[in-house]
Design a protein around this ligand. Structure first.
Ligand SMILES: *Cc1c(COP(=O)(O)O)cnc(C)c1O
Length: 420
């Protein structure tokens, strides 16, 4: 498509957008009485309007039924996690048996590492992307130490080539091959939080398996953003949070994927809890852990009803919109933002890859001079990107609630800023 930098062109794209109606299902924040152009869906997604009733339903059942809500509630709490599994599996391209919703992201990452990082004196290395989200860095560092390894020796961080901002797939695959005799696990993001680069999870998984190691992904910035095919890509495990692109509220619950081929592997060690125990005998309260089949066997505790009620309502929107449709719009919306930003080439650089398959919706920008000042200017003008130290502005137009016209207006604001 040949883009134009006019309001009419942008409005026309909004009119032709089959998903444009979904915006009405969200609360759009305001500043000084004006609706914001919200570009932080990569950080905290907006609130679906259906969430309030979903939470109220559970509050009411608790008020009216007390403990009986576990069985007599409208959505019996006893089975609550089941209500989310199929929908979440659709969003990440998995079979229901491969997915469970529980806990928070970093906790789940550790639980997965307990099962899938089984280092030996010969095979102990962890490959991850350099500049990974800090929680992932701390998790990998503490896992290496927990097993008695020096993090500096055990963890191989991959950095872009000199003068480049993102990793080349060929370099990732070469590093996997290079370390193959000592490699235990590759644990990467699906999309890097800072650069917005999407990694080729299929190719990385293949190369990792060829090296005799395990492939795990942190999909915090990929779930609800990319069109994922975790089952077909043969990924061993993945974890994600629900509060970024999945719009499920601050500190919301998290998702876990464990590939079907590990579903009944009795040799996988794990940290167990009662909710992972076989449902049929869970309440016999007997000694001896018998795991549920599949990802559900990693559950520790009974379901967190309120964050899950929110997530359940939000997942309904993803199922209704369809992840393929969302991705199609997302590619166009982000390409339009790229086009608008390219009008200001002399002032800013986009460090996110230009190819749609190498990115999600986010574009990361480095401003040549005083990026923080531009960021503050945008905020004062109802445009909400986010700022990541030391010098990156991230903008994430989200296909569920952002519009092409908003992208056009970002260009108008930049024009004003750079003119003065
Ligand atoms: C957002 C994010 C986290 C945050 O983890 P929580 O446990 O949910 O606080 C971790 N890792 C990555 C890659 C993230 O993007």
């Amino acid at each position: 498509m040949i883009f134009q930098n006019t309001r009419e062109f942008a409005k026309n794209l909004d009119q032709q957008d089959p998903l444009s109606g979904f915006r009405n299902q969200f609360h759009i924040p305001t500043l000084d009485g004006k609706k914001q152009i919200y570009l932080c869906g990569n950080s905290l997604g907006l609130q679906p309007k259906t969430v309030q009733n979903a939470v109220n339903q559970e509050l009411e059942d608790w008020a009216k039924l007390g403990v009986e809500g576990h069985f007599k509630g409208k959505n019996p709490w006893m089975y609550y996690h089941h209500f989310l599994t199929e929908k979440a599996a659709k969003v990440v391209g998995a079979k229901p048996i491969e997915v469970v919703i529980m806990n928070n992201l970093t906790a789940n990452l550790h639980l997965m590492m307990v099962s899938f990082y089984r280092p030996t004196p010969k095979r102990y290395k962890i490959i991850m992307e350099g500049n990974a989200f800090p929680s992932d860095q701390y998790a990998m560092e503490s896992q290496a130490k927990f097993h008695g390894f020096e993090p500096n020796e055990a963890i191989v961080e991959l950095f872009p080539r000199e003068g480049e901002h993102t990793l080349r797939t060929e370099d990732i695959l070469a590093a996997i091959a290079l370390h193959k005799n000592e490699l235990a696990i590759v644990m990467m993001g699906g999309v890097n939080y800072l650069t917005g680069q999407a990694f080729d999870m299929k190719a990385i998984t293949e190369a990792t398996h060829a090296a005799g190691a395990v492939a795990g992904f942190d999909l915090a910035h990929a779930a609800g953003n990319l069109h994922l095919e975790l089952h077909h890509w043969n990924v061993d495990f993945a974890v994600w949070c629900s509060y970024k692109y999945l719009n499920s509220g601050p500190g919301g619950t998290s998702g876990v994927f464990v590939h079907e081929r590990h579903a009944n592997n009795p040799n996988l060690p794990r940290f167990a809890g009662w909710w992972g125990h076989d449902e049929k005998s869970r309440f016999l309260m007997k000694k001896g852990f018998i795991p549920m089949e599949g990802a559900a066997g990693w559950q520790l505790s009974n379901a967190q009803i309120f964050p899950m009620a929110i997530h359940n309502a939000s997942l309904d929107i993803f199922v209704a919109a369809g992840i393929e449709n969302l991705r199609k719009k997302s590619e166009l919306l982000t390409a339009y933002l790229e086009f608008i930003l390219s009008q200001f080439k002399e002032h800013l650089t986009i460090i996110t890859p230009s190819n749609a398959k190498d990115r999600g919706c986010q574009l990361s920008i480095i401003v040549k001079e005083n990026g923080k000042k531009l960021f503050d200017y945008l905020e004062d003008n109802q445009i909400m990107p986010d700022w990541r130290e030391p010098n990156v502005i991230r903008m994430s137009p989200v296909p569920l609630y952002n519009q092409f016209e908003e992208v056009y207006l970002i260009g108008q604001a930049l024009d004003n800023y750079f003119k003065n």
